[in-house]
Ligand binder design. Sequence first.
Ligand code: GLP
Length: 248
Amino acid sequence: MRVIVVKDYAELSRNAARMVAGQIYLKPDCVLGLATGSTPLGMYWELTQDYRDSGLNFAEVTTFNLDEYLGLAPDDPQSYHYYMQQNLFAKVNIKPEHTHIPTGQPQDIATACREYDAAIKAAGGIDLQVLGIGKNGHIGFNEPDLKFEATTHMVKLDEETIAANARFFKSAAEVPRFALSMGIKNIMYARKIVLLASGEEKAEAIYRTVYGKITPVTPASILQLHQDVTVIVEEGAAGLLLEGRAQS
Ligand code: GLP
């Protein structure tokens, strides 16, 4: 694991955008794995500026998002479909048919999951996977568990995740209780991974990810076994790494 500590969120966003842009320059028809949440917002903004000012070309790029809340329609402002349109897809020249996000309204959950995995495989796998991290160490919506879920699956969200994500909704009661998420195997098969973390509330999860025991209780800890992971953390989230200790 390569850990890059940066001084603030702006620098984190620029570094992350450089990695994504670099991937697109190296392989214009690359496959990107994309994350949502507040952490990658600055990165997406930087990429839209690169498109506008430097001609970064998304025409041949394919994307697969990590997850989506179950029950939300694509035009629901809280859905990850809507988030991706607002923050990236509508602002660059990506082809809509090249973008993929798990459906929030599957007719049959098992079929939707199987088809999502098959689509990733048919696209040739993910070249660069962008990840955020939950306070509890989740990646995508792979919550702490007794086992690692391999492929795309339905998840029951943890109370901690519901509370953390309530800030995007009118109240915690409105946060969907279930989601579809890529699994750990989908993520680990990506050729390169970049994990982003910002804020002191992520310091414990980051410490456990980098130095902790590899366990499904800290889902991101599995990344220690991947051969090409870059962790970009701003100083707040790197606090315990820099001190060399866990909180508890
Ligand atoms: C959500 C998403 C994750 C994301 C996490 C952290 O639960 N499913 O993919 O990494 O939140 O979000 P934030 O960046 O807002 O802290």
